[in-house]
Design a binder for this molecule. Structure first.
Ligand code: ADP
Ligand code: MG
Length: 339
């Protein structure tokens, strides 16, 4: 198969909303009246962001999902994408599944693939996404005000929990792994929430490197601090269950859980996953307290939990309180490729 057959077969679909899509030296795109382009790039590197033998359908999904998440965080409507892909070879089974996962999500969000680049090399996936937003309504990191409430969508820490299991840092039962694995492999970008937050949120970011790290970016950009209640963090049932040691087996049954290898079960694991785990792809945002009820209405309409976890305060940095109101001692504060 030649490079061009590969592009035609796996990465060329109809692009009715582009003036010109795949096949020329550049795509031609017309932004709707009154909107500006929101542009973002996210790269997934084999061995760093995913295991080399990752399921290709899910990888196709995630490659686009992490980019859609950036559009959500800006309050932008995703419209077009380009895909730069380095492949060790033209494995047709792999390509078939990867492109099926990619286009299934693209279709769900009305995103058209309008171009890209294809080369041979170590597996590497890089999407640039283009969205639209009225300039004044874009959700920036810099708008948080003292007194605003801090919110997060969905639940935190499930993806980090699944990763800890795959890396052998903790052992989950099959049922536990099944409950948290979708968060790692098939994150759902919060695009509808991002759109609903236009005109309501004062700042927003998507949580890709852990709540503390990403909220930290809002605080730095807004020149404010935050106080967060650890007990208020939305944590899934499976992660919450890891707070307690595995229950004793019923008589005659095999133990439901192998012994905890690293001694990581317990409150420390919960803290690490919920505060510093990566790959959540939920939104963290701030909004004036006067919008509280409206936000709960949005949560109900979108069938997506929205949880107020604390407040923006004067000063810099983030203080996390435990249930007794004492400051929590935080060890790691998120993933950083160069630390
Ligand atoms: P050029 O040599 O001008 O950079 P290429 O030969 O790299 O063009 O690509 C030919 C066409 O195919 C271009 O329109 C490009 O945008 C598109 N394309 C290349 N790779 C991909 C891909 N992985 N997904 C979608 N479109 C692609
Ligand atoms: Mg090229």
């Amino acid at each position: 198969m030649t490079e061009f057959e590969l592009i035609r077969r796996y990465f060329t679909r109809a692009t009715p909303s582009a003036l010109l899509g795949v096949g020329d030296d550049a795509a031609l795109l017309q932004v709707s009246d009154g909107n500006v382009l929101a542009v973002s790039t996210d790269m997934l590197v084999s061995g760093t962001h995913f295991f080399p033998d990752a399921d290709p359908f899910l990888l196709g999904h995630k490659t686009l999902a992490v980019n859609l998440s950036d559009m959500a965080a800006m309050g932008a409507t995703p419209r077009w994408a380009t895909l730069a892909i380095a492949l060790p070879g033209a494995n047709e089974t792999w390509l078939e599944k990867f492109s099926a996962g990619f286009f299934a999500l693209a279709q769900q969000y009305g995103v058209e693939l309008v171009g890209g680049d294809t080369t041979r090399g170590p597996l590497n996936l890089c999407v640039t996404i283009f969205g639209e937003v009225p300039a004044q309504q874009a959700l920036r990191r810099s708008g948080a005000q003292v007194g605003d409430e801090v919110w997060v969508s969905g639940t935190l820490g499930d993806a980090a929990l699944a990763l800890a299991h795959l890396q052998g840092r903790i052992m989950l039962s099959d049922a536990e792994y099944a409950a948290c694995a979708p968060a790692l492999h098939q994150p759902q970008p919060r695009v509808a929430l991002g759109l609903a937050l236009r005109g309501i949120a004062s700042s927003a970011i998507d949580i890709s490197d852990g709540l503390l790290a990403d909220l930290g970016h809002i605080l730095a950009a807004s020149q404010t601090g935050a106080e967060i209640q650890f007990a208020a963090l939305p944590v899934s049932a499976v992660l919450r269950a890891c707070l307690t040691p595995p229950s004793l087996p019923l008589s005659g049954e095999e133990p439901s859980l192998p012994p905890d290898k690293g001694g990581l079960r317990g409150v420390k694991l919960l803290q690490q996953c919920a505060l510093s785990g990566g790959d959540d792809y939920e939104l963290c945002f701030t909004a004036p307290g006067a919008r509280h009820a409206e936000l709960l209405g949005i949560a109900a309409r979108l069938k997506l939990p929205l949880t107020c976890i604390g407040k923006i305060v004067a000063g810099l940095g983030c203080l996390v309180h435990d249930a007794a109101g004492d400051p929590l001692n935080i060890e790691a504060s998120g993933y950083d490729h160069f630390r």
